[in-house]
Ligand binder design. Structure first.
Ligand SMILES: NC(=O)C1=CN([C@@H]2O[C@H](COP(=O)(O)OP(=O)(O)OC[C@H]3O[C@@H](n4cnc5c(N)ncnc54)[C@H](O)[C@@H]3O)[C@@H](O)[C@H]2O)C=CC1
Ligand SMILES: O=C(O)[C@H]1O[C@H](OP(=O)(O)OP(=O)(O)OC[C@H]2O[C@@H](n3ccc(=O)[nH]c3=O)[C@H](O)[C@@H]2O)[C@H](O)[C@@H](O)[C@@H]1O
Length: 446
C-alpha cells in the first residue's frame, strides 16, 4: 500500500518506519525542514533504540522517504495518517490546531479517494471535525479512521512491531477491512469499533495506567508510615491475573508527553459533558504531590534549609531509554531546588541537551558523567533509573559525596546493593531499607 504519515515525532516516525518494514511504500512528512534533512541524511531526531537502523535500511530499499512536501506525498497515497502533536492548552484541553492545519492541507492535496486515519491522541469527536474540515474544502471522497497509538517511548519499535492490540475505529466497513489487512501481520488482536469508541479507548487506557501509578504511589506513602515494603506489596498483588504486575512501580510519579496531558484532557472532555471525573482528578493531584517526596526528604534531612547545599541529580528524562524530558519530574524538582538556593549538579546519559533546551541553564551545573555530578555534593537524588545508575558502585559513590546522603526516587537500589555502605538512604515506600531519615524512623518507633 502507499501510505503518507504526517508528523515525524515519536508516533509518526516509528509507525511510518514500521509500515515500511512491513513492505509498504511510505512517505513521512514534516514541516520542520531541519528534522526532514536529518532523516534524509540517515539521522534520527529522537533517541529510540533500533529506529535509525530501520530507517536507513528501508530508505535504502526504496520503500521509505522523507519530505516537507505534503501535497506531493498525499497525492501518491491511498492512506494518509495524521500523527501530529496534540499538546495541552493552558486549561488542560488538547490543542487541536496542528490537527486542523494538517486536515486543511490534506484537503487541498486530495486527488481521488483516500483513507484519512488519525493516529494522534484526540478528544472524542475530533475525527468528525477532521472530516468536516476536509469535506468543506474538496468534493473528493474519503473515509475516516481513528487509529490510536499505544507505543511507549524507549521500546517504541518493539511495541509497534508486536503490539498487544490494534484499535481501528471506522464508520465504513471497506475502510476498516483495508486497515485490518494492513495491521494483520502485527497481531491477531485487532479491535474494530465505531470512531468515537476508539477515540475514547485511547484516553481511557492512558488514564487507567496513570491511575495504577498514583494508586501504588499512595500505597507506598502508607507503607512508609506503617513499616511495609511497597515493592513486596506490588509483587504479591501483581500475581493476581486480574491486577497484573505492570505499572505498579512506586516512584516520583509519572511524567512524559502523554500521561500528564491525556489525563488533563480527559478531565476536560468529561467536563464538557457535565461530568466531573473525580477519580482522575485525584490521580493527577496525587501525581503532582508525589514529585515533591524527594524534596520533602531532603528538607527533613537538612532541617528545612536547602540554601547553599549542593545537590547532585542523576537523571533528567521522564523515564530511562528516552531523551524526552517533556513533563519530566526532574524539571519541577530542579526548579524547586534552585528556588530554595541549592546548587544543583546534574547529569543524564542522553537527555541533557533536550533538558537544557527547555530549562535553560538557570544556575544548574551540567556534568559530563555521573561521578562528576556526585563529587563533593551534600546529597544525591536519583530521578531516572538509567542502567548506569542502577549499576553504580555505591561504595565509590559514598566516598566521593561530601555527605553520604542518597535519595532514590525510583527504588533503583536493592538491600544487597546497600549492604556495605552507610548511606543516609531514602527510597519510596520501603521504610525498612531507609536509613538515617528521621521521619520514618520515628514513625516506626511510635
Ligand atoms: N510520544 C508518544 O510516545 C506517543 C504519542 N501519542 C500521540 O501521538 C501524537 C503525536 O505525538 P508525538 O509523536 O510525541 O508528537 P511530536 O509533537 O513530538 O511531533 C509532531 C510532529 O508533527 C509535525 N507537524 C505538526 N503539524 C504538521 C503539519 N501540518 N505537517 C507536517 N508536519 C507537522 C511537527 O513538526 C512535529 O515534528 C500526540 O497526539 C500524542 O499524544 C500516542 C502514543 C505514544
Ligand atoms: O500515549 C502515549 O503517549 C503513551 O504513554 C505511555 O507511554 P510513555 O509515556 O512512553 O511511557 P511509560 O512507560 O508509560 O511511562 C510513563 C511514566 O510513568 C512512570 N511509571 C511507569 C510505570 C510504573 O510502574 N511507574 C511509573 O512511575 C514512568 O517513569 C514515566 O514517567 C503509555 O505506556 C503508552 O501505552 C502510550 O502509548
Amino acid at each position: 500500500m502507499n501510505i503518507t504519515v504526517i508528523g515525524t515525532g515519536y508516533v509518526g516516525l516509528v509507525s511510518g518506519i514500521c509500515y515500511a518494514e512491513l513492505g509498504h511504500r511510505v512517505v513521512c512528512v514534516d514541516k520542520d525542514r531541519a528534522k526532514v534533512e536529518t532523516l534524509q541524511n540517515g539521522g534520527i531526531p529522537i533517541y529510540e533504540p533500533g529506529l535509525q537502523e530501520l530507517s536507513v535500511k528501508n530508505s535504502a530499499a526504496g520503500r521509505l522517504r522523507y519530505t516537507v512536501d505534503l501535497r506531493e506525498a498525499v497525492e501518491q497515497s491511498e492512506i494518509v495518517i495524521i500523527a501530529v502533536g496534540t499538546p495541552s492548552l493552558p486549561n488542560g484541553e488538547a490543542n487541536l490546531s496542528y490537527i486542523d492545519q494538517a486536515a486543511i492541507e490534506i484537503a487541498q492535496a486530495m486527488n481521488g479517494h483516500k483513507i484519512i486515519a488519525v493516529k494522534s491522541t484526540v478528544p472524542v469527536g475530533t475525527n468528525e471535525r477532521v472530516g468536516n474540515l476536509i469535506r468543506s474544502r474538496t468534493t473528493e471522497r474519503f473515509d475516516s479512521i481513528s487509529l490510536p497509538e499505544f507505543l511507549r517511548e524507549g521500546s517504541a519499535v518493539q511495541d509497534t512491531m508486536h503490539p498487544d492490540r490494534i484499535v481501528i475505529g471506522a464508520d465504513s466497513e471497506s475502510a476498516a477491512e483495508l486497515l485490518v489487512q494492513l495491521h494483520r501481520p502485527l497481531t491477531e488482536h485487532i479491535v474494530v469499533t465505531d470512531i468515537r469508541s476508539a477515540e475514547m479507548l485511547k484516553y481511557a487506557s492512558n488514564a487507567f495506567l496513570a491511575t495504577k501509578i498514583s494508586f501504588i504511589n499512595e500505597i507506598a506513602n502508607i507503607c512508609e508510615k506503617v513499616g511495609a515494603d511497597v515493592t513486596l506489596v506490588a509483587e504479591g498483588m501483581g500475581y493476581d491475573k486480574r491486577i497484573g504486575h505492570a505499572f505498579l512501580k512506586a516512584g516520583i510519579g509519572y511524567g512524559g508527553s502523554c500521561f500528564p496531558k491525556d489525563t488533563r484532557a480527559l478531565i476536560q472532555i468529561a467536563g464538557h459533558v457535565d461530568y466531573e471525573f473525580k477519580l482522575l482528578r485525584a490521580v493527577v493531584e496525587v501525581n503532582q504531590d508525589q514529585r515533591m517526596s524527594v524534596i520533602r526528604k531532603l528538607e527533613s534531612i537538612f532541617d528545612g534549609e536547602l540554601q547553599g547545599k549542593t545537590i547532585a541529580v542523576w537523571g533528567l528524562a521522564f523515564k530511562p531509554n528516552t531523551d524526552d524530558v517533556r513533563e519530566s519530574p526532574a524539571l519541577e524538582i530542579i526548579q524547586y531546588l534552585i528556588r530554595s538556593g541549592a546548587h544543583v549538579k546534574a547529569y543524564d546519559p542522553i537527555a541533557m541537551r533536550n533538558f537544557r533546551s527547555i530549562y535553560g541553564d538557570n544556575g544548574v551545573m551540567w556534568c559530563d558523567d555521573a561521578l562528576e555530578a556526585a563529587t563533593g555534593a551534600d546529597a544525591l537524588c536519583l530521578l531516572t533509573e538509567w542502567d548506569e545508575f542502577v549499576h553504580a558502585d555505591l561504595k565509590l559513590l559514598q566516598s566521593i559525596l561530601r555527605k553520604p546522603i542518597l535519595i532514590d526516587g525510583r527504588n533503583a537500589f536493592k538491600e544487597a546493593d546497600l549492604a556495605e555502605t552507610s548511606f543516609v538512604y531514602y527510597s519510596i515506600g520501603r521504610p525498612r531499607l531507609n536509613q538515617g531519615v528521621k521521619e520514618e524512623m520515628s514513625a516506626l518507633i511510635d
